[in-house]
Design a protein around this ligand. Structure first.
Ligand SMILES: *Cc1c(COP(=O)(O)O)cnc(C)c1O
Length: 457
C-alpha cells in the first residue's frame, strides 16, 4: 500500500476558528474549542478493486480498511485490525424482504442498538490513544436510556477509562437500567432523583467546574469524530455482501435523529461506494425534510414525542457536518451562515417525514407481508424506502433499509401492534437475574461534586 506517500489527514472544525488536529487529538478533544464539529480535511477514496475485494473480507476486516485511511498512520494496521476484531464480535444480519430488498439489522450488539457499532470502536480507539500517552480519563455521561448503556458497555473493561453514568431514576425502564447497573468494574452508575435534563445539567456543570479540572473529565458524546468513522463501515459491508463485485448502485434508507448514521452514509458515498440515492427518513421532527424542500432551516421547538423516541431531535447536531460536506456553513445554533449546494443535496438525498400512524401501520404491514419484525425506528426507515420507491420506482434495484434497534427493546409497542412479545436477543437474556449495583443521589450539584472529588478515576 502507498498510504505513506500521502500526507496524514487533519481534522478541522466546522466553525473554522479552532486549529486543525490529527486524529488522536481530535478524538480526545470531542467538541472543537470553537463549538464546531471535527471533519476530515479530505475524504480518502477507495479504488473500485478495493471495494470489490471487501466481498472476501469479514466485518472487522472491512472496518479496518475503511477507517484506516482516516487515522493518518497514528495506529499501526495490525493494531487497528485487532481493535476492530475485538469491537465487532457479533453478527450483522441482512434479512431479505422481497426482490432485491433487504433490512440490515444493526441490533445484535451488547445493548441491542446500532449505537454499539460506533461506541465500541470509539471506546477502543480512546483506550489505545490514552495507553500510548500513559493517561487516564473519567467519562461522564447523562442518559435517558440507550446512549448511556451503549457507552457503558463500550468502555466496560478498558483499563485507562472509568465511566460514570447518570440517569433519571424514574425515567428509564428496568431493562435499560439493568443494561448499565449489572456491568460493575470500571462502570459506575448514579440514579438521580430528577429528570434527564437535570442529569445533563449536573454533567455539564462538572465539565466547566475549575475545582474538578484535575479529574480529566471527558464526554465521549455523539458528536465525537471517533463515533462518526465507524458509522461509514456498515454501508460498505452490506454492499459487499449484496452487490459483491458488480459495481452496481444501491439505495440505502436511514432512520435519522441526530444524523450521525446518515453522515456515515454520505462519507461512504464520497469514499466511492456506488449509491443511487440516500433516503433520510425522520419522524415528526421533520426539520430536515423541510430544509431540503425549502432551503430554509428552522429547528423544531419543542421537539415532538414520537414512538421512535431516539429520533426525537429538533435540531440534529450532525447537520453542521452535512452542510459542511456540501460546501456551506451552519453554526452550533443552526444558523446557516453560508448555504450548502442545495442542488447536489437534492440529487443525492431523498428526505421524508413518517408520522407515528404510518410507523405503526408499516410495522404491521412488514410483518404480514414480508415476515419482518421491525421496531419503531427501523419502521421509519422501511416506510421511508417505500415512499421513495413510490416516487422513483426502481424494479430490481438493490435497496437496503437499516434496523437500528432490537424489537425486544420496545415490547409494549410491539405487543400493542402485533399482539405478541418479541423474543429477546441473546445479549439481553439473563439480564433480569444479574446483580445490580448503583448509587442514588439528589439533584444537587454540591453533592455530585463531592462524590466526584471522593474518587472515581
Ligand atoms: C440514536 C438512534 C437513532 C438515530 O441515529 P442518528 O445517528 O442520531 O440519526 C435511530 N435509531 C435508534 C434506535 C437510535 O438509538
Amino acid at each position: 500500500m502507498t498510504m505513506s506517500d500521502e500526507k496524514p489527514i487533519l481534522f478541522y472544525s466546522t466553525n473554522r476558528r479552532a486549529a486543525p488536529l490529527p486524529f488522536r487529538a481530535a478524538l480526545l478533544q470531542g467538541l472543537a474549542p470553537d463549538k464546531g464539529l471535527y471533519m476530515p480535511e479530505r475524504v480518502p477514496a477507495l479504488r473500485a478493486e478495493e471495494i470489490a475485494g471487501f466481498a472476501a473480507m469479514d466485518y472487522a476486516g472491512i472496518a479496518a480498511a475503511v477507517c484506516g485511511p482516516f487515522l493518518g498512520g497514528q495506529i499501526a494496521a495490525d493494531e487497528l485490525a485487532s481493535l476492530c476484531r475485538d469491537a465487532y464480535d457479533f453478527p450483522v444480519p441482512l434479512e431479505p424482504a422481497g426482490e432485491r430488498r433487504f433490512v440490515m439489522r444493526l441490533d445484535r450488539g451488547p445493548t441491542a442498538s446500532f449505537k454499539d457499532f460506533a461506541a465500541r470502536l470509539m471506546g477502543r480507539l480512546i483506550q489505545h490513544a490514552l495507553a500510548r500517552e500513559g493517561r487516564r480519563l473519567l467519562i461522564l455521561t447523562a442518559t435517558s436510556g440507550d446512549t448511556g448503556s451503549a457507552i457503558a458497555n463500550a468502555f466496560h473493561g478498558l483499563d485507562n477509562v472509568r465511566v460514570l453514568v447518570l440517569f433519571p431514576e424514574k425515567e428509564v425502564t428496568p431493562r435499560q437500567r439493568k443494561q448499565m447497573t449489572t456491568l460493575g468494574g470500571n462502570v459506575g452508575v448514579i440514579a438521580v432523583d430528577g429528570k434527564f435534563d437535570h442529569c445533563q445539567a449536573l454533567v455539564k456543570r462538572a465539565f466547566s467546574d475549575p475545582a474538578l479540572a484535575g479529574l480529566r473529565l471527558s464526554s465521549a458524546n455523539s458528536i465525537n469524530i471517533g463515533r462518526l468513522l465507524p458509522q461509514i463501515v456498515y454501508y460498505f459491508y452490506a454492499y459487499s455482501r449484496l452487490a459483491g463485485r458488480s459495481g452496481e448502485p444501491a439505495v440505502f434508507s436511514v432512520p435519522s435523529g441526530n444524523f450521525g448514521d446518515m453522515m456515515g452514509a454520505c462519507l461512504a458515498r464520497r469514499m466511492g461506494l456506488p449509491m443511487r440515492r440516500l433516503v433520510v427518513a425522520t419522524n415528526e421532527n421533520d426539520e430536515f425534510p423541510r430544509f431540503l424542500a425549502s432551503g430554509a432551516y428552522r429547528p423544531v421547538e419543542p421537539s415532538h414525542n414520537c414512538i421512535s423516541s431516539a429520533m426525537n431531535v429538533g435540531h440534529p447536531s450532525n447537520l453542521a457536518r452535512l452542510v459542511d460536506l456540501y460546501g456551506g456553513h451552519m453554526d452550533e445554533t443552526g444558523a446557516v451562515l453560508e448555504p450548502p449546494d442545495m442542488g447536489r443535496l437534492r440529487r443525492d438525498l431523498f428526505a421524508v417525514r413518517i408520522d407515528d400512524g404510518e410507523t405503526r401501520r408499516i410495522i404491521r404491514e412488514a410483518h404480514e407481508q414480508c415476515r419482518l419484525l421491525l421496531e419503531p425506528h427501523g419502521a421509519v426507515g422501511w416506510a421511508g424506502l417505500q415512499r421513495y420507491l413510490e416516487a422513483e420506482p426502481w424494479p430490481g434495484g438493490l435497496c437496503v433499509s437499516l434496523e437500528t434497534a432490537h424489537p425486544a427493546k420496545f415490547p409494549e409497542e410491539i405487543r400493542a401492534i402485533l399482539g405478541f412479545d418479541p423474543p429477546l436477543p441473546p445479549s439481553l437474556e439473563g439480564l433480569e437475574s444479574r446483580p445490580e449495583a448503583f448509587e442514588r443521589m439528589a439533584n444537587d450539584y454540591g453533592a455530585f461534586r463531592e462524590r466526584l472529588q471522593a474518587g472515581y478515576a
